[in-house]
Design a protein around this ligand. Structure first.
Ligand code: PXP
Length: 263
């Protein structure tokens, strides 16, 4: 199982003060030493965390492959085409969201998606689509030319959080979370079932399979156990843990967890 370490949250902390540290560049070496297989960043249109200069330096300096998440928006695609990371992951983006909520709408944005995919691939950049686990999304991703899909695990993570933590329900905007314990357990199983079925389908039609969003040291096991998922992109929980144990160790612990029980 490959681990992509999403280092955006280091820049979130920096941008809170705009004082230059901590720098996401300084996470490159400890990520590699901790066993990461990839560096993931999200160059958002509003530049609320990663800045253009970060992205440039990360692509230049990283010894690990770089995966840049970005919106399906031509001015951002221009930048990614110039930067030429190993992979671009196309994601939906809304200004007001706290983080990426839900996967791409492959019907409504079909023309823009196909165009962005074509342009990126012409520059030798592999293309992944961040989608919800649904069969139609997988089939359309293949049809539009994606090389890979990354399944959005946010709903699974939110359900898990509600079941196993004592966080206030008002902390979350997901309406399904107003459920009792039994329903939460049922919904978690359903979500894992969907992720597993869609991963099988994606693999069977020649797409590489990744997953991510909201995964942490508690909830990652059942996702990592899905055989067809080859890569997990994890950020917030690793950066949060690194505050207490250091970045290299936080990455290593996650890498060990995601590789447990895998062939
Ligand atoms: N994968 C994608 C496509 C994302 O947008 C994000 C969040 O930026 C992640 C993975 C990582 O999510 P988290 O920070 O919750 O681990």
């Amino acid at each position: 199982m490959k681990l992509g370490v999403n280092i955006d949250h280091i820049a979130v902390l920096r941008e809170a003060r705009r004082c230059g540290d901590p720098s996401p560049i300084d996470a490159l070496l400890p990520s590699m030493l901790g066993g990461a297989d990839q560096i993931t960043i999200h160059l958002r249109e509003d530049r609320r965390h990663i800045q253009d200069d970060d992205a440039k330096k990360i692509v230049e300096l990283s010894r690990l492959p770089v995966n840049i998440e970005c919106a399906v928006e031509s001015s951002i695609i221009d930048i990614i085409c110039d930067l030429r990371p190993q992979r671009a992951t196309l994601v939906p983006e809304k200004r007001k969201e706290v983080t990426t909520e839900g996967g791409l709408d492959l019907i409504r944005t079909s023309d823009a998606l196909k165009k962005a995919t074509r342009r990126l691939k012409e520059r030798g950049i592999a293309v992944s689509y961040f989608i919800d686990p649904c069969e139609e999304g997988v089939r359309l991703s293949k049809e539009y030319g994606a090389d890979m899909v990354e399944f959005h695990t946010g709903r699974y993570a939110n359900l898990y959080l509600m079941l196993y933590s004592n966080l206030s329900r008002t902390h979350h905007s997901v309406k399904e979370l107003d459920m009792d314990r039994t329903n939460l357990e049922v919904e978690i199983k359903k979500e894992l079932g969907k992720l597993s079925e869609c991963s099988k389908l994606a693999k069977s039609i020649g797409l590489d399979v990744a997953a991510g969003h909201g995964l942490n040291y508690q909830n990652v096991f059942d996702i990592a156990a899905i055989e067809e998922i080859e890569e997990l992109n994890i950020g917030q929980s690793i950066v949060a843990r690194s505050v207490f144990v250091g970045f290299e160790r936080a990455v290593r612990e996650m890498k060990e967890l995601v590789c447990k029980n895998r062939k």
